[in-house]
Design a protein around this ligand. Structure first.
Ligand code: FEO
Length: 133
């Protein structure tokens, strides 16, 4: 479900590497769920995915801010919305009120692909013109 392919590459090396890590962590979550692993195994993967997502968004937001990207506010709003959804889910999972499902993973996959290919791709000309690599 979370295999990387080159159509997801935006051409900025630091960001492509982080996006690949997000796919890898999501794939680990999928594997753990498919193998029927319990909360003790799945919880830390989910937590790592949340932390890495936050670190990735902070990296992108810093680049957009220091290079005066004009659509920064709208882009950050998407980041904040996803972070809240993943954090809420993680809290529910920890308290035993939520389970990892195929639907949840499909939502995550769709979000990642749509955000990278749509929203992230839009800043590429702006950042590339500032020699961001
Ligand atoms: Fe790569 Fe805007 O997240």
């Amino acid at each position: 479900m979370f295999e990387w392919n080159n159509s997801y590459a935006i051409g900025i090396a630091s960001i492509d590497a982080q996006h690949r890590t997000l796919f890898d962590l999501s794939a680990k979550l999928h594997q753990a769920m498919s193998a029927g692993q319990g909360k003790a195994a799945v919880g830390p993967i989910l937590e790592r995915l949340l932390q890495y997502t936050q670190a990735h968004f902070a990296h992108e937001e810093r680049l957009m801010r220091i290079h005066d990207y004009p659509d920064f506010v709208a882009h950050k709003a998407q980041h904040d919305a996803l972070t809240k959804q993943v954090a809420d889910f993680s809290a529910k999972f920890k308290s035993g009120q939520g389970a990892i499902t195929v639907q949840l993973l499909q939502f995550l996959k769709n979000w990642l692909v749509n955000h990278i290919k749509g929203t992230d791709m839009k800043y590429v000309p702006h950042l590339a013109a500032k020699a961001v690599a």
